[in-house]
Write a protein that binds this ligand. Sequence first.
Ligand SMILES: Cc1cc2nc3c(=O)[nH]c(=O)nc-3n(C[C@H](O)[C@H](O)[C@H](O)COP(=O)(O)OP(=O)(O)OC[C@H]3O[C@@H](n4cnc5c(N)ncnc54)[C@H](O)[C@@H]3O)c2cc1C
Length: 448
Amino acid sequence: MNRYVIVGSGVAGISAAEAIRALDVSANITLISEDRYGFYSRPGLAYYLTGELPEEQLFPYTQADWRRLNLRFILGRAVRIRPQEHRLDLERGDSVPYDRLLLAVGGRAVRLNVPGADLEGIVYLDTLEDARRLVALARRARRAVVVGGGITALEMVEGLAAQKTEVHYLLRGERYWPAVLDESESRLVEHRLQEHGIHLHYRTELAEALGRRGRLAAIRTEKGEILPAEILAVAIGVRARLELAQTAGLETQRGILVDEFMQTSIPDIFAAGDCAQVFDPLSGQSVMETLWNPARAQGDIAGKNMAGQRTSYRHAPSLNVTRLAGLTVTIIGSLGTGREEDATIVRGESEAWRLPFDGITLHQSAEINRLRLALGKNTLLGALVMGDQTLSLPLQDLIFRQVDITPIRAQLLQPPTTLSETILHFWQALPTSSGHARETCTKTANSG
Ligand SMILES: Cc1cc2nc3c(=O)[nH]c(=O)nc-3n(C[C@H](O)[C@H](O)[C@H](O)COP(=O)(O)OP(=O)(O)OC[C@H]3O[C@@H](n4cnc5c(N)ncnc54)[C@H](O)[C@@H]3O)c2cc1C
């Protein structure tokens, strides 16, 4: 009987277990995780913070699902792989033998590197434990400071504001999330935050966290300004957890390098999800992303290959449907907004969005709605839809299927054409457009 060992109880690990069980009914599957909450929706944590989602709804699996999967769960940390002996050492002292091993260990929020970084009251948002802590702290706090760009920082801003905490959001540069948003999109988000009473501090970097008896009391900015605060919420990036892979000498760069079968540089060891760095044939580069759907798809492919069904992973255009300052935002494919200074990705992001593309960017805006298209020679390469989501599914479909848009290309380039109407009419007239069945990663959809 094959012994499959999976490290990590996130969506990648669970999808792999599902795939193995589907192919090998008698497989001996061991799942090891240091997270006592097991499997839950990480994107859903944002809604838990704002109080829109009760904790129970973060857990997608019922007891019956766990029984069906029929695996052995070990709560603990894996600390070393011995590839020659096919054994995995656990922190508690014992070791587990494996025939096939999957690393689905995810990523970890980048820690602050300023004086006072260890003070009580400094929080990150990786796990349910972190989210619980943030809510508990917010109940007692009067004021919080948030640092970082991207989705997670904003989720912490909104979560803290929902708990009636006064929130000061420090932006390192001139605007919000310049790595992915253009200026008009950033300004729209900032404006809505200000309307909700959030204090934005532009071009402001954190220099030091100041404490009293081990607890955060204030922060000092590089300009010398002191802001009293009981919470400092940090979302300055996420890095793949490489430490376990490195004990086995696996090849790594920013993530654990895997081939199209999710196989690492050592046979019988696979990697999937946020910890894996996967080759993207669309861009010709190995990209990192911290997105739910790719993690699930990669876990599934890894599980199939581990169980002997040779199946390759095709990197689809990266997609997230998320919420920024109350506005739904769909981001797909390549947008070419990447910048050197924002090299680390944050949660819910893909490096693929930042990659330059060969084509033209088109814009349309009306009130709180924004549409941005990355137009290639005869296909759409990427899109960002903010506000009205009528075009979200059509654009996902056109980009995923790489539909030839030559018939409307000239029209799209011809002002004063309404981009949205042109796209919508074209998509509705496509013979197979109704066949669009791709799953979107909306936060609520992830939660259950
Ligand atoms: C706050 C937040 C918001 C997000 N928003 C979005 C979003 O809007 N859209 C989107 O698509 N994605 C979003 N994501 C990202 C998405 O949730 C992740 O991409 C996805 O969960 C990755 O799954 P994974 O299985 O690769 O890793 P993880 O879910 O991180 O799981 C890793 C697991 O490995 C365990 N582990 C690690 N090392 C060890 C060890 N040595 N021993 C034992 N166990 C170990 C951990 O405890 C954990 O259980 C968000 C994530 C967070 C945290």
